[in-house]
Write a protein that binds this ligand. Structure first.
Ligand code: ACO
Length: 354
């Protein structure tokens, strides 16, 4: 019997054609492309087709996702008001859980299309506004922002959100993807596997970190306060959100990709946060080096995710749902891959009780 280390660190649980995370060198490849060649260059719809290639071919992904959003809106409109009092990530889980694998639309398209539709509808209801129906002809990212604001977004914002969604579309055997594969291995189906993945994503050690990153920037407030605030948190034994990663020992390549997205947005649409964020990042990295000299703790994707999503106009309650809207491409592709493998995931435990 092999006893795996805590957190399954360094344990390889499967093979995949979907993505490769090289933590030593800070490289991420998604479907054969480095993340730098994906974000802002390959639209979400094309990434969907690439990730599903070989599992579920799709001729016109823009149209399929547009039709999927329209279907999801019609299918879920009655449920939205019942879940609008919950945090949006929980309402999203409720809406997805009410879907089935046997609807008149393919389940991987349905769950992917439903993410922005539900997130935008619940956000509007929480503001006392009516949900806005999707525009099936729009791109996924444009329509997400349009359904939220009730009017078409500036081009630069739709581009930035698209770049974010594709940059997080898949990332090896992270906790939520692993969860999706475990559930898929029981043959529970696409919807159940994706709902399970969404539950795993919610936690602050995974997809729940970017909201707290903005909270941190708010608490710090000015560049001069950064060092003292960070030192205080670390002395109290707390973690700095947006730093550290199980796999990356160097900087998460998505952090740089997203930093460039924020910079480009800043050119068009001033973001006062960036200067403060850069100072906080630099101060945090220095403090973490002193705090844990034997453990390289670098900036992770969530730090600049927070800045991108804030700059495109998303409230922080929508950050984890937006992450899910991108990562759902990877989850669904991994479900296909796991179903093809066909073997039930069933490890063992060592009994240490009485
Ligand atoms: N701030 C302060 N200390 C940290 C941080 C941090 N951000 N990250 C790790 N450490 C410390 C831990 O306290 C621990 O110290 P200890 O050995 O004295 O207990 C040591 O570094 C190792 O930490 P682990 O939790 O064992 O490392 P692991 O690889 O399991 O954790 C994780 C990775 C969960 C991301 C961690 O770095 C963390 O909590 N970061 C903050 C939350 C965050 O940014 N989450 C988003 C991750 S990215 C994503 O999922 C998309």
């Amino acid at each position: 019997m092999i006893i795996a280390p805590p957190g399954l660190a360094d344990v390889v649980v499967t093979s995949t054609v979907l993505s490769d995370v090289d933590g030593e060198n800070g490289r991420l490849v998604i479907r054969g492309l480095p993340v730098e060649a994906v974000a802002g260059r390959i639209p979400f719809e094309e990434m969907a087709a690439r990730l599903w290639e070989g599992f579920a071919e799709i001729d016109d992904p823009r149209r399929a996702l547009g039709d999927g959003r329209a279907y999801a809106f019609g299918r879920l409109a009655k449920i939205f008001p019942h879940l609008a009092n919950l945090p949006i990530i929980d309402g999203l889980r409720g809406c997805l859980a009410s879907l089935g694998d046997d609807e008149s639309i393919l389940p991987h398209l349905l769950v992917t299309a439903a993410m922005p539709v539900v997130a935008a509808a619940l956000a509007r209801l929480q503001q006392g506004l009516d949900p806005v129906a999707p525009d099936p002809t729009a791109t996924h990212a444009h329509d997400f922002l349009r359904m939220l604001a009730g009017e078409p977004p500036p081009k630069a914002r739709a581009w930035a959100l698209d770049a974010y969604l594709t940059s997080v579309s898949d990332h090896g055997m992270n906790a939520s993807t692993f969860t999706a594969r475990v559930v898929a291995s029981t043959r529970a189906g696409m919807v159940a596997s994706v709902v399970a993945a969404l539950c795993a994503l919610k936690g602050p050690l995974h997809g729940g970190a970017p909201g707290p990153v903005l909270d941190m920037l708010d608490f710090i407030g000015t560049e001069e306060r950064a060092a003292a605030w960070i030192a205080e948190r670390l002395a109290a034994g707390q973690r700095l959100m947006g730093f550290g990663h199980r796999i990356y020992r160097v900087r998460d390549p998505r952090a740089d990709v997203l930093r460039h997205v924020v910079e480009r947005l800043r050119e068009e649409d001033a973001s006062p946060r960036l200067a403060l964020a850069e100072k906080v990042e630099q101060t945090a990295l220095e403090a973490l080096r002193r705090h844990k000299p034997d453990r390289p703790l670098q900036t992770n994707v969530e730090f600049y995710t927070a800045l991108v999503l804030e700059a495109v106009g998303l409230d922080r309650t929508l950050f984890t749902p937006a992450f899910a809207a991108g990562r759902v491409l990877g989850w669904t592709a991994h479900v296909f891959e796991q179903e093809r493998e066909g073997k039930l995931m069933r490890p063992q435990s060592k009994y240490v009780g009485p």
